[in-house]
Design a binder for this molecule. Structure first.
Ligand code: ADP
Ligand code: MG
Length: 227
């Protein structure tokens, strides 16, 4: 199992008031699976993704990533896990505007202490993998939205993470570019990459092998109704 979440709750403090955002979320994912989490705005998707992505800790419950209990991890250890095991893709690409595509993709390798020559080689390979070998020296402003997202996917994949986490990866794209990103996800998944994708778009969710829904912080598996 790559992910095992059991009775995950997340509360936020609003002044002195406790606001429950995730309510006893249980969710497992096998290695190599491709799962979409669907839900309307404000339902807790990003909150859940931040916990799965080791950017935040749950208030209660247990979360195992690749067998490791994340609730017991220090902040430093969580950042190591992010670097080694997780690739992130965001709606807004999150590329550094003044750096080339190659430099953006190489960034996680810099944090991982990989020497410069190897960084460039690996970043080039990752860009080749997403079909952008001819755009390595382009800056984000010189790329289309779809190309920017493919650079972001190359950056997410450059460390060969265990799992790719994508929060509304097509949310800022036109439908054709969105479809290309979905074709790329499909190919990466066929190559063995586990993918967890958040979307509020049913058409996009249908690219995944399995769908789960979240409503008001309650997660339900496909075909199982919440009473
Ligand atoms: P989604 O990604 O599904 O749109 P979010 O996970 O971003 O939803 O937010 C779920 C709920 O949690 C929302 O009601 C939001 O206002 C609340 N929330 C999110 N982040 C915080 C925060 N840092 N502090 C307080 N409330 C938050
Ligand atoms: Mg969100």
């Amino acid at each position: 199992m790559i992910l095992e979440l059991k009775d995950i709750c997340k509360d936020y403090m609003q002044g002195k008031m406790v606001v429950p955002v995730l309510k006893d979320v249980c969710f497992d994912m096998e290695e190599g699976e491709y799962v979409a989490i669907m839900g309307p705005s404000g339902s807790g998707k990003t909150t859940l993704m931040n916990i799965v992505g080791c950017l935040d800790q749950a208030t209660s419950g247990t979360y195992l990533l690749d067998g490791e209990d994340i609730g017991k991890c220090t902040d430093n250890h969580m950042s190591d896990i992010r670097l080694q095991k997780i690739g992130f893709v965001f709606q807004s690409f999150q590329l550094l505007p003044r750096q080339s595509a190659l430099e953006n993709v190489a960034l996680p390798l810099t944090y991982a202490g990989v020497p410069k020559k190897e960084r460039r080689e690996k970043a080039f390979e990752a860009l080749e993998r997403v079909g952008l070998a001819d755009r390595v020296d382009f800056k984000p402003t010189q790329l289309s939205g779809g190309q920017k997202q493919r650079v972001a996917i190359a950056r997410a994949m450059v460390n060969h993470p265990k799992i790719l986490l994508a929060d509304e990866p097509t949310g800022a794209l036109d439908s054709k570019s969105g479809q290309q990103v979905m074709e790329l996800f499909h190919r990466l998944n066929e190559e063995g990459v586990s993918i967890l994708m958040i979307t509020h778009d049913a058409g996009i969710a249908s690219y995944a092998e399995r769908k789960v829904e979240i409503m008001d912080g309650i997660l339900k598996q496909e075909g199982v109704s919440i009473v």
